[in-house]
Structure formats: C-alpha cells, structure tokens
Design a protein around this ligand. Sequence first.
Ligand SMILES: [Zn+2]
Length: 397
Amino acid sequence: MSIRAIRCGTLFDGVATTPLRDAMVVVDGNRITAVGPADRTPAPAGAEALDLTNRFVMPGLVDCHSHASIVPGLGDQLGQLCRGPVPQALAATANLRADLAAGTTTMRIMGEEHFLDIEVRDAIEAGVIVGPRLLVAGRGLAANNGHGRALASYDGVDEVRRGARENLRRGANHVKIFVTGGVSSPGAMSTSSAYTREEIRAAVEEAHRAGTYAAAHAHGGAGLRLAVEEGVGTIEHGLLAGDEDVALMIERRVWLICTFSIFMHPTGIEQGDGQRPVIMDKVRWARRVVDETFPRHLASGIRFACGTDSMHGLMPIELETLVRFGVSPRDALLAGTRWGAEACRVDDQVGTLVPGKRADLLAIDGDPLKDIRALRCVSLVMKDGVPYDGVFGRNGR
Ligand SMILES: [Zn+2]
C-alpha cells in the first residue's frame, strides 16, 4: 500500500471550528496517519505527493438514505424494485458510480429486493465495481397494506422477526422498517402506523440483539412517535413532523434523516411520476409543508443528517437545501459528513479527517463555506486512500 502526502490549500477536517490553510494530510494505505499545518507535518520518506494547494479538502460525503437500483426520474419506484436481479444490478452499478463521482464515499442503502445491496456492497469492497462504501438493509420490512411494499410483506410479530433475521443472516448492517405512508405512492399520506407497536418492537429488538439498530420510514404524527418510543435509531424523511414529534426525537436522541431532492428537484418524483395528478398534488403539498416547518425543525437542536433517497449524485443539492432553510454552510458540511457518519454509526471509521480514520476525502474547486454550491465542483474523490479522478470519464459520470 502506498503512502501519500496530500498538500491542501484549505482543510475542513470536520472537527476544528475554522478551516486550516496550507495543510498536510498523510495517508498510509487506506488510513489517515497525520493531519496538520504543512510546515509542521513532514511528508514521510518515499511518500507520493498529491498537490491540492488550490483546492478545498474535506471528508467524503455520507449519504444516509439511498437505494442503489432506483432512479426516481424513471417513475414507479416500487415497480423498479420489482424488476429482475440483472437489470437491478446493472442499474445499481451505474448509479453508484455517479454517487462516488459526486463525492459520496459512504452510503446507507434503505431497502432492495433480491439481497442485491449485500452483493453490491461486497462487489465494491472486492474492487469488482466502483462505488461508495455501502451499509445495507437487505429487504425493507413493509406491511401488506403499507407503503414501501415491493415483492414481499411481513405481517405479524413472527414474520417481522423472520424478515429481520433473514436480512441479518445474509449480512445486513441494519434493519429498515416502513411505518407511515409515503410521497411517491398514491393516496393520502398517512401518518398513522401500518405496523402495531409489537411489530415495530420486534424489528427493533432483532436489530439490537444482532448488535445494530432499526431505521424507520416515518413522515410524522402517531406513526413517527410510535417508532421513536419503540427505540428506532433514525427517522427517515419526517416531512410531516410536527413540533411535538421533533421534541420527542430530541428527548430520545433520535436522528432525523432529511431527504429533500427526491420531491423538490425537478428530476425527482416530479419527472418520474409528475404526470399523475394524485402524485404531483402530494409533491407540491409536501414542498409547501417543508418550506414552512423545516427552518424551525433544523434550528430546534434535533440531530440531523442527509440522504438523497436514490437521487444519485445529488448530495450537494441536499446540503444546499439545508442552507436555504437557514443552516450555516459549516453545519451543512457537518450534516453531510461527520453527523451522517454518527447517524449511521460509522463515525469511528469515517466522517472526519483525523489520524486513524479511513482516507475518504474530496477536493473541491471553490469554498463551500462561502458558497455551498461549490460542492457541485468535486475535482477529486479519494476513498480508502484510492483517488478516483480518472475513472469517471470526461463528465464525471
Ligand atoms: Zn427511501
């Protein structure tokens, strides 16, 4: 494994309160071994020099909620999940390459069929395809009449346990359970729970007994609160969360995973299912609700991080949206890196640039602390000490 001495114009390490000018990051193999001012951090003998003196260097992005195989702009997301494993694997290969090219080095997958995410995670790890490091759920647990149901449903405490256990046996990193309704399926967006308290508890228990946690798809209201009361680690989306829901999440230290671009960006649900009035009405309504409530929620002290929910390569848009809702650019960068790593429970490995952690970093043209849109201009992505600057082709894809 090679040793690299990376000279950085500006370093945002995810820890210091102000960025460091003229910094050095030393990488040995896949780990960071030293970080500091360039004049006091010597390059080890034989190190390969990497000159990023005109760049802003920061930790790789952590996308806390995505699906490898889905492209929302193609419409009918659950229908996409139900395709055969070969088209799904091919779609995932292209999508994850785009994610890595845009700066996502760690990504949490929140439900796939065919245990595709487990195979894809291992293929990336083995170097067969390129993509972010994946943390995977296997199949999402959905009720027969609930949102998120693809090829199978899990009903009753025993089936929920069996579903969770099968995912964990096959190598899932966490458990995903669909609690409330969703935006991209027709019908009113229910905030009541499709699952009973006992069923949610079973999913959480199985996750905990396997040394991990459960993540709940929940938009707000009674369903969200039930999931929080039963001990899930993260609430996904939370678009309809009220002040009471947020207060309970703060009290229980539950993470809110924001997913904005899928319903706000024109290439998301709007492009895929926007011709269906029942869906488009819901999208417009969700945009209005979130514009009104999220500036308040994000300033409430709740712990939050971001996910693209399959909008591959659009983590920068998620962080731009945080800033539009009043979050400081520094906190937006933290939400996209360190806080995401904490929410996904991999902060001992990634999320900040400190000695001992994996060498996942980005070089940006411009300064995202001054203008968050600079994040759209990623000129180099390094994951596990390996730079990916040439493999993406001319347009970065
Ligand atoms: Zn999702």
